[in-house]
Design a protein around this ligand. Structure first.
Ligand code: FAD
Length: 510
């Protein structure tokens, strides 16, 4: 056996990032001889406490750490999520859904949407939404799990995620991780002790004077990046010129309105408002650019647009769009907000924690800390941020809104090169060019391009190999099957009741 194994892992921070890392590492590395995992968190500092909407990859994370999904849904007051509904983004009065999963059926080796574009050219006005089971079911308040065992059903490729209570999720993961042997210490870290020779972190010292030593340190300390920036000197790649929102106010409210399995993002004068319906309450927040709006104005707007009475005082949060230039330096790896932040428009932060953990596992070090492997980690991490950044900018850039200085700035911004190319490719013949490892699939780009009003001039020439009549006939059939399948799915509230969630009766969407 190698004699340079990492034996002591120290996780700094007990927010979502810290406890996700603790649970995953304990599950995956638990058999390593002599391994210890320590987690330090400060109750006085607390956690950011937001972060309640996710994307489908979390299903894999739950499976990987051995989470029983029904227990998880019950204990975190979770609801299911089939996509994100964007209201007033293209212009005031418009709405569209970015669904998880695919549209229609690919034919003749060509993506479905080319046939839809052809049908449009022939005068068919059926909206793209009608070809998505996620959208059709989501709008009707319905949910069922995917059925990969029924390849001919639209349910075969349904994608889903969760919306949950962030505090309950951290507590859930903590129980799991502690059950797997993770040791938690409560206390404020006042000093990071480094080795003289290579600058590696040797230990963290707490207010009490206690020291916790480690071979590998995971910095999950939130925005401040206590280790990665404070001790290791990482710099921050600031993208606020592309993503100017830098503040949020968040407030939970009582249940009200509909509870469809969708997160909602409503564009406002200087940003956008989230609405995340859970079993017991709705999470809300206004993400805005402080160049264009004061905190008082943001709070007033948020409180004026709630579906039920506010359940707490609005909580202000500050952030900057961007990421650390290097998420791994020496023996410190940053995960979560310590590594970077992109606004929650597409619910990607928890996923970034998950992918950081997966990357760390793939490149899990010895005490030799190989520079080539660390470079690979940093390079792939940075690329993931770039890919998500470009997708987010699309929502702001491709808008017809000009009703406020904020939206005029967004519409006029100079997009990064990757997005510029994607817009040009789609604008010509509806082609979506996605690099291999990119997080968002073709259907996601299609949903947002189309929803924001980017209209291609043409479509894939192979779509013309189907006659006009057959194209229209096939599309009609697909929409009909989706409509019938959605109607046969249970209401989400019934589904939640079936797995033991105490669901208060609530008005469903029409
Ligand atoms: P934190 O929650 O800040 O945890 C930091 C931890 O470090 C705490 O335990 C703290 O006590 C500890 N700590 C810090 N300093 C010390 C010290 N000196 N000594 C000891 N302990 C210390 N993500 C999504 O995926 N979906 C969303 O819908 C979403 N919405 C968001 C909305 C907003 C407005 C914001 C700001 C973020 C949102 N996020 C969302 C991001 C998500 O909240 C975070 O990615 C997630 O909560 C992880 O946070 P964290 O664990 O990195 O940091």
């Amino acid at each position: 056996m190698r004699d340079d194994l990492v034996r002591r892992i120290v996780i700094v921070g007990g927010g979502t990032a810290g406890w996700m890392a603790a649970a995953a590492l304990a599950r995956l590395l638990g058999r390593m001889p002599g391994l210890s995992i320590d987690l330090v968190e400060s109750d006085a500092i607390g956690t950011v406490g937001v972060g309640e909407a996710t994307i489908p990859h979390i299903v894999l994370f739950n499976q990987m750490v051995g989470i029983d999904e029904a227990a998880f849904v019950r204990e975190t007051n979770a609801t299911y999520k089939l996509g994100i509904e964007f209201v007033d983004w293209r212009r005031i009065g418009t709405r569209y859904v970015h669904p998880f999963g695919v549209y229609g059926l690919d034919m003749l080796g060509v993506e479905f949407h080319h046939f839809w574009l052809k049908a449009r050219a022939l005068g068919d006005t059926t909206p793209l939404d009608a070809y998505s089971i996620g959208i059709t079911a989501g709008k009707r308040g319905r949910f069922a799990h995917p059925r990969p065992d029924q390849p001919n059903s639209p349910l075969a490729k349904l994608g889903y995620a969760f919306q949950f209570d962030a505090g309950l999720y951290a507590a859930f993961l903590r129980r799991l991780a502690e059950g797997l042997g993770v040791h938690r210490t409560e206390g404020r870290i006042t000093q990071v002790l480094q080795e003289g020779e290579d600058g590696h972190v040797r230990a963290v010292r707490l207010e009490s004077g206690a020291e916790i030593e480690g071979d590998l340190f995971l910095d999950c300390s939130g925005f401040q990046g206590l280790l990665i920036e404070g001790a290791m000197g990482a710099t921050f790649n600031d993208w606020s010129h592309w993503l100017p929102c830098d503040r949020a106010v968040a407030v939970p409210c009582a249940l009200g309105g509909d509870r469809v399995p969708l997160t909602r993002a409503t564009a406002r004068a200087a940003g956008w408002q989230w609405r995340i319906p859970l079993q017991h309450r709705i999470g809300n927040g206004y993400v805005y650019a402080s160049d264009y709006l004061s905190e008082d104005e943001a709070i007033a707007t948020l409180l004026a647009h709630l579906d039920g009475p506010a359940l707490a005082e609005p909580r202000p949060l500050r952030f900057r769009a961007g990421h650390r230039d290097r998420a791994w330096i020496g023996n410190v790896v940053a995960l979560g907000l310590a590594g970077g932040f992109l606004e929650p428009l597409e619910s990607t932060s928890i996923h970034l924690i998950q992918s950081g953990i997966a990357r760390l596992m793939a490149l899990f070090p010895t005490r030799g800390f190989d520079a080539v492997e660390i470079d690979r980690f940093n390079c792939d991490t940075a690329q993931e941020y770039v890919d998500i950044r470009d997708f987010l900018i699309l929502h702001y850039k491709a808008t017809e809104r000009d009703d406020s200085a904020f939206w005029r700035r967004c519409r006029d911004l100079d997009p990064p090169e990757g997005l510029r190319e994607k817009l040009a490719m789609f604008g010509r013949n509806g082609r979506i060019f996605r690099k291999q490892e990119e997080l968002f699939p073709e259907a996601s780009w299609l949903a947002v391009m189309n929803g924001q009003g980017v209209v291609p001039q043409g479509y894939h020439p192979v779509a013309d190999l189907l006659s006009d009549a057959e194209t229209l006939e096939r599309l009609k059939h697909i929409a009909q099957v989706i409509d019938e399948t959605a109607d046969a799915m249970p209401l989400q509230d019934d589904y939640l009741r079936q797995i033991g969630c105490a669901q208060p009766p609530l008005r469903q969407a029409s």
